[in-house]
Design a binder for this molecule. Sequence first.
Ligand code: GRF
Length: 223
Amino acid sequence: MSDPEGFRIAVLISGGGTNLQAIIDAIRAGSIPATITRVISNRPAAGGLDRAAQAGIATDVIDHRAFSSRAQYDAELAERLDALQPDLIVLAGFMRILGDDLVDRFSGRLINIHPSLLPAYRGLRTHERALEAGEHRHGCSVHYVIPELDAGPVIAQAAVAIEPGDTAETLARRVQAMEHRLYPEVVRWIAEGRVALDGDRVRRDGDYHPAPPCLTETAMDTS
Ligand code: GRF
């Protein structure tokens, strides 16, 4: 309680940082009781670094090209994160696979947003693959990170309908708009202590639920 920063968040990015921006905006609006204490990018040119600077948030670049192995990169990242003592580490378009040691070290404090309705479409090109498969629904998932890629317990999802004529670009745009609603909401739940990882299950509002809540373009279904 004596920490003036309260609930401390570190955000890891590689790119434009629109999800970062959504979280910054929600904190500013008073919706999330938390402080982003650092934004870390593995790419020096990531647009999200400018967004952080604009918001007065300290940034670090840990350029993966300066490291000869993933283990060395992860060791440096872990050291920086340890120094920050984050309550939560938010992966927001961080395009590097984290090694098992790092994931285990921050287990329960590490979340990611993935552009599919997990467990469907882990990995890359999710929008293309959903269209190719003739899906009627697509979306995004916020999940705890575990060593297996895109496989951790899902905290919440957001869904959009796939419309006739959708391309990967139009679909990605609608899914991203939902990401920007979903991610701040989940970060808020965690900052408020309403959601936590318990073993390999998500506890939300004191209970284990058979399915994660799903935000749609019109409502949040938490049944
Ligand atoms: C998002 O679409 C997210 O689903 C994926 O990476 C993208 C990051 O976009 N993990 P941005 O950098 O937040 O704009």
